[in-house]
Design a protein around this ligand. Structure first.
Ligand SMILES: *Cc1c(COP(=O)(O)O)cnc(C)c1O
Length: 496
């Protein structure tokens, strides 16, 4: 299988190189030139499999320069007993047609674990195959959850180092503590006075900075990315949508071949893009419902065809979706323009120079045929958490609540009664303060640990172990920098 760059179709690399590099040298994102086909027979064959076997089956179609044994070893290491549920991504039937796909049973309690428990295994093998075993230096820009999941995945992995930048004032207390207490000899963490977009833009520039690349190469090292611009992050996410479909068929909730909708709380457009790829492969999916918070740049894009980041950045209770530049949309544009690399290049240039672009009418129509876009404000996020708990005794986090509300709006507008899988992306305890105030209607009191206890007493839902044990850990990282100093901070932290 050949991977191309979204900005240059003449680029042709294997999966291992796409994963080892993370981003194409032209600044484009790698994507497969053709997707593996998924037939109903393939789905039927997967019905009796466990999550790991389904993962192996699907990954083999994409990672053609990895052996089946390498894939199996990687999958077994990634989806072992660091998960508190043997199904890895279990479904909870919430309301008549809504099924919550719980993606947060991993070691950091957010959906990023599904990909980031696997990525280090793929990446070290990929570096071995394509880069002569160079040391890999991972740089991450995080809106909160990626950082911790990447730290946990890469901690003490031989031949790698990991450096994480997060917005100092844009993450929850628990998210921050999860990162600053990270153990491991190859990890570093730095807070940035700036928002996620500033951080992501600076980090993306470092990857393609010739001077820094050369300085690393002189020490037999190379950069790579653990953000969802890396293909190795996306492909494990395709697995859980296909697996969820199999679960629904196996439980006789739908018939084999019947359609589902998928709703995803969206930030960088990685998770929903994986659902789109599953659909393109042949998974019977009717609508992809893209849910945003008040930073509703994607809702507007789907409804108007104009992507416009020239607006106020709003800090919300769903911080992992506080994003105005959704990197992975670039991959969707490549697909919807019929692989028109020149068009993608010019839209991305316009976005970076002028802050907006508009897609042609045909692309807008293709977009609207497949995607529904909606958003949810802060009051509705809180009300959804409260109502869902009162009605179903089901506690959801702020990001998941955004998705559930937008799903309900979609049903109200369209009357569509298709069974719908809703990506539940974080354990509520990661955002205990926001959840508490949603349930009680009052601002949460006390420090983050008191809030955890209060939430547990109020709901009877147990605090997950990786969060419960945080107060026994010491803070190892206190470094911060201004957004214009990220490059200098990275140099210093990497010793180049
Ligand atoms: C990262 C994240 C999202 C957004 O996912 P994208 O792939 O960036 O669109 C949503 N919810 C949570 C909890 C997250 O951590």
């Amino acid at each position: 299988m050949i991977y191309r760059s979204t900005r240059d179709n003449s680029v042709a690399v294997g999966a291992a190189q796409a994963i080892a590099q993370g981003i194409s040298p032209d600044g484009g994102l790698y994507l497969p030139s053709q997707l593996p086909r998924l037939t109903l027979q393939d789905l039927e064959a997967m019905l009796d499999m466990d999550y790991r076997s389904r993962a192996c089956r699907i990954l083999e179609g994409f990672l053609s320069d990895f052996t089946p044994a390498e894939i199996r070893e990687s999958v077994e290491a990634a989806y072992g007993d660091q998960w508190d549920n043997p199904k890895i991504a279990p479904l909870a039937h919430l309301s008549p047609n809504a099924y919550m796909l719980e993606l947060w049973h991993g070691p950091t309690c957010a959906f990023k674990d599904v990909a980031l428990q696997l990525l280090p295994h793929l990446l070290t093998r990929a570096a071995h195959k394509t880069a002569g075993g160079k040391n890999i230096d991972i740089l991450v820009a995080t809106s909160g959850d990626t950082g911790k999941a990447a730290l946990e995945g890469f901690a003490d992995v031989p031949g790698t180092s990991i450096t994480v930048f997060y917005p100092e004032e844009g993450v929850s207390q628990i998210q921050k503590l999860q990162m600053t207490t990270q153990e491991g000899n190859n990890v570093q963490v730095c807070g940035v006075y700036g928002n996620f977009d500033d951080t992501q833009t600076a980090v993306k520039q470092i990857f393609t900075d010739p001077e820094l690349k050369e300085a690393l190469a002189a020490q037999n090292r190379m950069f790579s990315s653990a953000n969802s611009i890396n293909w190795g992050r996306l492909v494990p996410q395709i697995v859980y949508y296909i697996s969820a479909y199999c679960e629904l068929v196996a439980a006789e909730e739908i018939e084999l071949g019947g359609s589902i909708n998928i709703t995803v709380p969206t930030g960088n457009f990685g998770n929903i893009l994986a659902a789109y790829y599953a659909k393109e492969m042949g998974l019977p999916v009717n609508k992809l419902i893209c849910a945003s918070n008040l930073n509703k740049v994607l809702t507007d894009f789907i409804n108007t065809g104009v992507y416009d980041r020239r607006r106020e950045f709003i800090t919300t209770s769903s911080p992992s979706m506080d994003i105005l530049i959704s990197s992975n949309l670039e991959r969707l544009l490549h697909a919807l323009t019929g692989a028109d690399d020149a068009a993608v290049r010019s839209m991305m240039q316009q976005l970076s120079a002028q802050g907006f672009y508009e897609v042609p009418e045909s692309v807008k129509q293709a977009l609207q045929a497949q995607f529904f876009g909606g958003f949810c404000n802060e009051e509705d996020t809180a009300a959804t958490i409260r109502d869902t708990f009162q009605r179903y005794s089901y506690l959801m986090d702020t990001h998941t609540a955004v998705a559930y509300k937008v799903y309900r709006d979609y049903v109200a507008q369209t009357g569509d009664d298709t069974k719908t899988v809703i990506a539940s992306t974080a354990n509520p305890y990661k955002f205990a303060g926001s959840i508490l105030s949603a349930l009680t209607g009052k601002p949460a009191q006390g420090d983050e640990f008191a809030q955890l206890e209060e939430l547990e007493q109020l709901t009877g839902v147990p605090i997950p172990e990786p969060i419960r044990c945080l107060n026994r850990k010491s803070v190892r990282f206190t470094r911060t920098c201004k957004r214009e100093d990220i490059r200098a901070a990275a140099r210093e932290m990497l010793g180049i």
